[in-house]
Design a protein around this ligand. Structure first.
Ligand SMILES: Nc1ncnc2c1ncn2[C@@H]1O[C@H](COP(=O)(O)OP(=O)(O)OP(=O)(O)O)[C@@H](O)[C@H]1O
Length: 306
């Protein structure tokens, strides 16, 4: 479990992260979403002691990162895959991690195999690695100590579609076995597929957080019926605000269960009833962060489904 409490980071008057609090729970994948410059990396760096918070704190399994005696055994961290020593081979980098953590030698080969880096690739210098290979090596380094917690900044960056699928399955298995996974991304589709919980950040502030299903439900409901006017009337009588579209669909902020109940009570047949998540999380993400986009220049808004 990771707990972030009121983290704030200010750089000479500029607030990169403002009062950020959330929890990433064991057995779940928590997606940390935000547009460029939103403050994801800064928040993650503060969690692992690489950036000193201006105020606030973060703990991993109840302790600040700096207090973990052998941190690699508790938390696997991948912040910048390109920060690995370019002159060393992949095998050397894993070997250093293995020795530093006091792990058996065999772990290096195990991990190379786990992230599908071949023997030949393992002998190449990292400067000659593709971005995808660097990510795989970074994941191997994060996993080598078999930690219970993973903190990964944009781990899907540079991976091809098969690599993205591999990463998704790896993180899912990891959480299913009780691990805590926090991953940041702007690849919304990837987050939507893999995450259980979401924390959305814009301009350094949390703009939404909750379970994925809560946040998608918060996107509202689309319902279609041959008797759209009757249903719109019934919804209004039930105190549910809705918008009647020209194509016979109705959109409402209420959840699908409530809309179904109103339709049943009104005797209105439905041909479609679903969460308004057709465009998925991307729609919600863009909507939630629109007010904090650098282009808009407007003040940030707060919205929470939790
Ligand atoms: N050392 C620093 N000095 C000054 N400003 C900084 C520093 N580090 C980060 N920032 C600023 O803090 C803001 C947040 O940056 P951060 O890297 O955390 O964003 P991010 O959400 O990870 O973005 P991206 O998706 O582009 O990686 C940015 O405006 C960035 O320029």
């Amino acid at each position: 479990m990771i707990t972030v409490e009121a983290l704030t980071k200010t750089y000479s008057g500029f607030t990169a992260v403002h009062d950020v609090s959330f929890t990433a729970r064991a057995g779940r994948v928590t997606g940390f979403l935000g547009p460029n410059g939103a403050g994801k990396s800064t928040t993650m760096r503060m969690m692992v002691g690489l950036t000193q918070p201006t105020t606030g704190s973060a703990t991993i399994k109840g302790r600040p990162f700096a207090d973990l005696p052998n941190p690699g055994l508790e938390v696997g961290v991948l912040l910048d895959a390109s920060a690995q020593h370019a002159g060393r081979t992949g095998r050397e980098i894993l070997g250093i991690a293995q020795r530093t953590m006091g792990l058996p030698k065999g772990r290096v080969d195990e991990l190379l195999h786990r992230v599908s880096l071949t023997d030949d690739e393992a002998e190449r210098r990292v400067r000659n690695y593709s971005l995808g290979m660097r990510q795989r090596l970074g994941i191997a380094t994060a996993l080598i100590g078999d930690p219970e917690v993973l903190i990964l900044d944009e781990p899907a960056n540079g991976l091809d579609p098969a690599g993205i699928r591999w990463m998704r399955d790896l993180l899912r298995d990891y959480a299913d076995q009780g691990g805590t996974v926090l991953l940041s991304s702007h690849l919304l589709h990837e987050i939507e597929v893999v995450a259980d919980d979401l924390v959305v950040i814009g301009n350094g502030r949390i703009v939404a957080q909750g379970t994925k299903s809560e946040l998608l439900a918060a996107a509202g409901t689309v319902v279609r019926t041959p008797r759209a006017r009757d249903l719109a009337h019934a919804l209004e009588v039930a105190g549910v605000a809705c918008t009647l579209g020209t194509d016979g669909t109705i959109r409402t902020d209420a959840d699908p269960g409530q809309v179904g109940e109103v339709a049943l009570a009104a005797g209105v047949p439905l041909v479609e009833l679903r969460s308004a998540d057709g465009a998925g999380l991307e729609e919600m993400f863009l909507e939630l962060t629109a007010a904090t986009q650098r282009e808009s220049g407007t003040a940030p808004t707060e919205k929470s489904a939790a």
